[in-house]
Design a protein around this ligand. Structure first.
Ligand code: NAI
Ligand code: MG
Length: 353
């Protein structure tokens, strides 16, 4: 029996509604499978926790997470209680940074039954691999002078190690998919880091003969996500480019409530963290109508990460069938509750057995 120890951090807002729902789905899958078991432990770290304790997580919080196989997080943020920069940096970003989660992975896929803002979407199924530790989001730079002489300098950092790591991750991922990797670049406008990025991409590509590769400037690529997303398989991008692209990816799916994500620790020293793209959705808290699909699909990414890809595939197929059959929360045009959608998924999971 493979026992998977998962640290659940539901966090704030709808995180508290979708994490329990998704954990129930994972438990049902494990039961049907028979060979794995989830051991979930719940951590109440959130903005409410902050009001009581003055920190988003206890001082030894990271130590307590360290020995889990993964962190399963809902959402963090409640602007009415705690400013966003304190809550996000005190929990979510702290975990990403300290646990060296240097790769962010976000799939986007067309779901039958969920209306995309695209007029006639073809079946797209893509994954963006985003470098998550350096690039344009570095804290190197500074400001000088005041008034009309004021200057701000922000440096981008591209190490060979970080760049190669992200690109190689993308190729490995593509090797289990359509073997097609697209690189997001801007070497016509950014003259040092992007030609370097292109060079490393070409070097890594040589290790993967038989793969289809292409390189697109980020502006055109963002447009292609709208005009022909079905042409892509795996896209690898720097921190900023990946951030922007993945929001387009979530948008063309139809709702941020269904978009999943993973923050991957690739050196095996710390657990990876799985969290949907959406935030705490303050406008719908407590109504029981949060879309659980983003969190459940995030659970599928966790299964893939543990090598349970067959089980992950089965779960995604069930999610797609459930949305196709009209079990939809209001954000995607339905009138079902969180529980009705997740219960339907669970009942179909049980039928696998
Ligand atoms: P948000 O993602 O929470 O909400 C944006 C819109 O999407 C809202 O209309 C919301 O109702 C809807 N939505 C989000 N998730 C949904 C779901 N599962 N089902 C149905 N509808 C859903 O983004 P917003 O409003 O900008 O941020 C709210 C709070 O969440 C802030 O404190 C923000 O800092 C935090 N946040 C946290 C993130 C995280 O933990 N990774 C990511 C984004 C925001
Ligand atoms: Mg973003």
């Amino acid at each position: 029996m493979k026992v998977l120890k998962i640290a659940n951090i539901p966090g704030d807002g709808v995180g508290k509604e979708v994490v329990p729902a998704a954990s129930e789905v994972l438990n049902a899958l494990a039961e049907v499978h028979g060979g794995i078991r989830f051991e979930f432990e719940n951590f109440p770290w959130s903005c409410e926790y902050y009001l009581e304790h003055g920190t988003m997580m206890p001082e030894d919080g990271l130590d307590r997470l360290r020995n889990f196989d993964a962190v399963f997080l809902g959402a963090v943020g409640n602007k009415e209680l705690v400013p966003d920069h304190i809550s996000l940096w005190g929990l979510l970003i702290k975990i990403r940074r300290e646990f060296e989660q240097v790769i962010n992975v976000r799939p986007a896929k067309r779901f039958e039954g969920i209306q995309s803002p695209l007029a006639n979407p073809k079946d797209f199924d893509l994954i963006v691999v985003r470098e998550n530790s350096e690039g344009e989001y570095s804290s190197i730079g500074g400001t000088i002078h005041q008034g009309e002489d004021e200057i701000a300098i922000q440096n981008a950092v591209f190490s060979r190690k970080g760049t190669e790591r992200a690109i190689r991750y993308a190729f490995e991922l593509a090797s289990r998919r359509k073997k097609h990797v697209t690189s997001a670049t801007k070497s016509n406008g950014i003259v040092y880091s992007m030609p370097f990025w292109d060079k490393v991409f070409e070097e890594v590509a040589r290790d993967y003969p038989g793969f289809e590769t292409d390189s697109q400037h980020i502006d055109a690529l963002a447009a292609f996500f709208v005009t022909r997303p079905e042409k892509f398989d795996v896209i690898v991008a720097s921190n900023l480019f990946g951030d922007i692209l993945t929001d387009v990816g979530a948008a063309i799916m139809g709702s941020i409530g269904i978009a999943p994500a993973a923050n991957i620790n690739v050196n095996g020293k710390y657990p990876s963290m799985f969290e949907p793209v959406h935030g705490s959705a303050p406008d719908i808290i407590g109504k029981g109508i949060a879309n659980p699909v983003g969190q459940i699909w995030t659970g599928k990414m966790m299964l893939d990460h543990f090598g349970e890809e067959e089980l992950g595939r089965e779960l995604l197929e069930i999610i797609e069938n459930v949305t196709r059959d009209g079990f939809l929360t209001p954000d995607v045009g339905g009138s079902h509750t969180t529980k009705e959608v997740s219960d339907e998924i669970i009942s179909r999971v049980r039928k696998l057995g």
